[in-house]
Design a protein around this ligand. Structure first.
Ligand SMILES: Cc1cc2nc3c(=O)[nH]c(=O)nc-3n(C[C@H](O)[C@H](O)[C@H](O)COP(=O)(O)OP(=O)(O)OC[C@H]3O[C@@H](n4cnc5c(N)ncnc54)[C@H](O)[C@@H]3O)c2cc1C
Length: 536
């Protein structure tokens, strides 16, 4: 293991200038510290406490636990683009998608909301502890309330001593096993909640260490999972557990804290996790194909492998990364704690990445033939890990609805108005300077093939994702990634409309037939033709 790499806060704070340098440090960490542990972790099919503890140790030694803590509190907060790049690289190490997940969740689901919504006093109290290695988890889901979060039953009651006490059971909580702190969503005003299911809930902060000792919190049960073996997923049973603080507004925690937190995280680090897993599948498949001989030559030389399975995998990985970068770039451009301006793009990145990665990993397994089915090779583990990105932080079906809603707003509003026309005008394909980005030129060339046919859909995409945003904000964005991704985003968007209609009948019941006809015409015509020629 290498010595701690100390990343200087001052350096990291400068968003773009130091990105290549940071990426190199991430690579070194992955190669020297993470890879050996991942190799060991792959030998265990059950959660190993030793490996879990070691994973936390190396991530903290690297300083990853400080990545979401602002500089003014002693951390080295890095932009979403870099946080996601780190996640992508970590998950790109075969067998490492689960290592460090508790630290990652601690960053995006505990530290980020704490510093976005916590009181000054709370931030000052917790910062030194978090910097010294304590961590927190995010306890929202219950057995009967996952996608339908607002159906939670956990209750918090304010005692005469002024202390809120929580009773209820949370399920599937990443890192809940050993977390030092937890953010817990509970109903705090039942009448308000009954009148409007989105309200009447508050986010409470619990000191898990204390409460475990006092016997008001039980976090002993971890789930047996098909993947993410070394990331504990825990049941948390609260029994009149005192909270020592609240986060965000009282009785409005779900809308203000939870929605924003997941909106910030799903289209950045979770999409990035999918990209990394897809890339690890590609690396494994590529190496195997080069080595494996059949009919007198390496299977890599077979058209069906090189230009079929592997090309498809690589293409999908690129699309995933491009959409994810687009989402990160938007996230970094908007003020912290306000995920609304880019939430449709975040959902699109999460949706496409979460769905594509499974296809990529399946194809990776196929490249391995019979050996893909044998546990000696990591590809089976990679496939199992890949499923999660379509499930947590909002399933694909829920993301489809979120994106479809945005598309439909545009269709129904008559598409173009002065504002959206302006947005399109400042985003034309031709004006992008692809040379700004290393390694993207090839993709841009590939896009050239698609450009003409995808243009119409691409414009719809621009309208859908940007139509509601102030044009001024877009003028300031570092935009070169957009062109590469817009056409793909649009192609996916067209299918999403049909998916959204399919999944959310209620939402889409008032959509006129004309709108649906137009959406399906896109799906049936352009999209399927393009997909069949470009993706096998
Ligand atoms: C490994 C792991 C780690 C997790 N970590 C955390 C964590 O740290 N904190 C936390 O709070 N939670 C966590 N979760 C919970 C996770 O966010 C939920 O499992 C997820 O949101 C789905 O909820 P559910 O399991 O209740 O499925 P359900 O909501 O029951 O969904 C079942 C199926 O129905 C579909 N569906 C549901 N509603 C609709 C609808 N309206 N329209 C169309 N389809 C619909 C879903 O897409 C899905 O396919 C984790 C889960 C796992 C597996």
């Amino acid at each position: 293991m290498s010595d701690t790499v100390v990343l200087s806060g001052a350096k990291l704070f400068d968003k773009r200038e130091f990105e290549p340098e940071m990426d190199e440090e991430f690579d070194r960490f992955c190669e020297n510290d993470l890879k050996p542990l991942a190799t060991e972790a792959l030998k265990h099919s059950e959660l190993s406490e030793e490996i879990f503890d070691e994973s936390v140790r190396i991530f903290q030694k690297f300083g990853a636990h400080t990545f979401a803590i602002p500089q003014e509190y002693g951390g080295q907060q890095i932009p979403a683009r870099m946080m996601t790049s780190f996640t992508r690289k970590v998950c790109g190490v075969p067998g490492a998608a689960d290592l460090g997940l508790s630290v990652g969740a601690g960053n995006s689901l505990f530290n980020a909301p704490l510093f976005n919504f916590g009181s000054e006093e709370l931030k000052k109290q917790l910062a030194p502890e978090l910097l010294s290695g304590k961590d927190g988890c995010f306890a929202q889901t219950e057995g009967e309330a996952g996608s339908h979060v607002t159906g939670i039953r956990a209750r918090a009651i304010l005692g005469q001593d002024g202390i809120w006490r929580i009773t209820g059971t949370k399920r599937f909580i990443t890192g809940g096993w050993k977390a030092n702190y937890a953010l817990v969503l509970a109903i705090s005003d039942p009448l308000m909640h009954q009148a409007n299911e989105d309200t009447g809930m508050t986010v409470f902060v619990v000191d898990c260490d204390n409460e475990r000792v006092r016997g008001t919190l039980d976090t002993s049960k971890n789930e047996h999972k098909i993947g993410l073996t070394h990331s504990p997923t825990t049941e948390m049973i609260f029994n009149e557990t005192p909270a020592f603080a609240t986060l965000g507004p009282l009785h409005d925690g779900y809308r203000k804290v939870n929605l924003t937190t997941l909106g910030d995280s799903r289209g950045t680090v979770i999409a990035g996790q999918a990209v990394g897993i897809g890339e690890s599948a590609y690396r494994e498949a590529f190496a195997y194909a080069k080595e494996r001989k059949a009919f007198g030559e390496s299977i890599y030389e077979k058209h069906a492998i090189k230009d079929g399975l592997l090309l498809d995998m690589e293409t999908r990985n690129r699309i995933m990364w491009a959409l994810t970068l687009q989402s990160c770039t938007l996230k970094d451009a908007f003020p912290k704690g306000d995920s609304r301006p880019y939430e449709a793009q975040a959902s699109l990145a999460k949706l496409v990445s979460g769905e594509y990665v499974r296809k990529v990993a399946t194809k990776g397994l196929q490249v391995h033939g019979g050996n893909g089915y044998i546990c000696d090779y990591p590809i089976g583990r990679i496939l199992n890990d890949s499923y999660i990105t379509a499930i947590y932080e909002g399933t694909s079906q829920i993301q489809s609805m979120l994106v479809a809603r945005k598309f439909l707003q545009v269709f129904q509003s008559g598409a173009l108005n002065a504002e959206t026309e302006e947005v399109i005008r400042i985003w034309p394909f031709a004006e992008y300077n692809f040379e700004d980005i290393n390694g993207w030129e090839n993709l841009a060339t590939e896009m050239g093939v698609l450009e003409r046919r995808a243009r119409f859909l691409s414009d719809l995409n621009s309208i859908a994702f940007s139509g509601k945003f102030p044009v001024e904000n877009f003028k300031n964005l570092p935009a070169p990634y957009f062109a590469i991704t817009e056409a793909f985003g649009a192609l996916e968007g067209a299918t999403i409309i049909s998916a959204g209609r399919h999944y959310g009948a209620e939402e889409f019941s008032d959509v006129s037939d004309e709108v649906v006809r137009r959406a399906f015409a896109i799906v049936d015509g352009e999209f399927e033709q393009l997909e069949s020629t470009y993706l096998r």
